[in-house]
Design a protein around this ligand. Structure first.
Ligand SMILES: Cc1cc2nc3c(=O)[nH]c(=O)nc-3n(C[C@H](O)[C@H](O)[C@H](O)COP(=O)(O)OP(=O)(O)OC[C@H]3O[C@@H](n4cnc5c(N)ncnc54)[C@H](O)[C@@H]3O)c2cc1C
Ligand code: FES
Length: 272
């Protein structure tokens, strides 16, 4: 029997955790969503059931929540307060309700070769899609390289403990992990592969993803980026989320709507 699912959800907040410095996690009671959502997809959330703020705000699924029997019961989102919408979400409490659209966009695709090392490279809040990824691909060979300006941007990394992925951190001020940029860790990881197949997934600030794409391109490693373009509708009608993708036209590129063609895109095809 084919599973039927809807893109419109009214979900209840069951818990909120705060990690300090504006980072928070909201746990959502959403069994139907949890059954169908893939890591790398996103939810477009109406932060308040009123006219303001008008536009929904896009969020990755952070964790896939299961009950004691392993049955999916919900998802969580990891948020970072940057403006009014995220501030409203950060103030939500158990029992509050949220209207959301999802899952939207395409999920990350697992490499066919089971021996492929999956290297995830995230910066700050861009690490959000990777807990779900690790849960979804349990048993695969996975490394997570996490970067931030300082320990403050990586306090939520404790949520990745005991997930089976090997975790390395880098911070620009040296307050946690290796001092420097996360790309230093990536270069070392790729060097240590010694010919083993690998696939890189990346999400975070554009400049970081561009550097990741350049390193992977130079070594011929497959690399996919989850783009966090500014969005409005989330389903392909407003043109608010475009990225340039290489093609054979005169200009050498076309504009792709990342909400429907992505948000996961092949780094080799993007114009950085
Ligand atoms: C596919 C996708 C997944 C995302 N996942 C997460 C996530 O898991 N956790 C998280 O905290 N954030 C995530 N974001 C970013 C998040 O959507 C924005 O931070 C949020 O919409 C800002 O809303 P605001 O009202 O607080 O800020 P605003 O007042 O709207 O803006 C404040 C700042 O945030 C930037 N911004 C605004 N809207 C967006 C947007 N849609 N995308 C990117 N930057 C924006 C603005 O340029 C401005 O600098 C994601 C964005 C996308 C596109
Ligand atoms: S967000 Fe409207 S077209 Fe992508």
């Amino acid at each position: 029997m084919t599973e039927r699912s809807t893109l419109l959800h009214d979900v209840k907040v069951t818990r909120r955790s705060d990690f300090g410095h504006g980072y928070f996690e909201l746990f959502l009671d959403a069994p139907e969503l949890a059954r169908v959502m893939g890591a790398g997809q996103f939810l477009n959330i109406r932060v308040r059931n009123e006219l303001f703020p008008l536009l929904r705000r896009p969020f990755s699924s952070f964790d896939l929540l299961k009950d004691a029997r392993g049955k999916p019961v919900g998802v969580s989102i990891l948020g970072h307060v940057v403006g009014q919408g995220t501030r409203m979400l950060a103030g939500m409490n158990p029992g509050d309700h949220l209207h959301l659209n999802g899952p939207l966009g395409h999920p990350f695709e697992a490499p066919e070769n089971p021996d492929t090392r999956i290297i995830m490279v995230g910066g700050g809040i861009g690490l959000a899609p990777f807990l779900h990824t690790v849960r979804q691909w349990t048993g695969r060979d996975m490394a997570l390289l996490a970067g931030g300006r300082s320990q403050r941007d990586l306090a939520f990394m404790k949520r990745f403990a005991n997930t089976g992925a090997s975790i390395l951190m880098a911070s620009e001020d040296g307050s946690v992990g290796v001092k420097g940029r996360v790309t230093v860790l990536l270069e070392a990881e790729l060097k240590a592969l010694k010919g083993r197949p690998a696939m890189v997934l990346t999400c975070g600030p554009w400049a970081m993803m561009e550097a990741v794409a350049r390193i992977c391109g130079a070594g011929g490693t497959a690399c996919y980026a989850s783009l966090e373009s500014v969005m409005a509708c989330g389903y392909g009608v407003c043109n608010g989320c475009v990225a340039r993708v290489k093609d054979d036209s005169e200009g050498g590129f076309r504009y792709a709507k990342t909400c429907v063609e992505g948000t996961v895109m092949d780094c080799a095809k993007l114009v950085w």
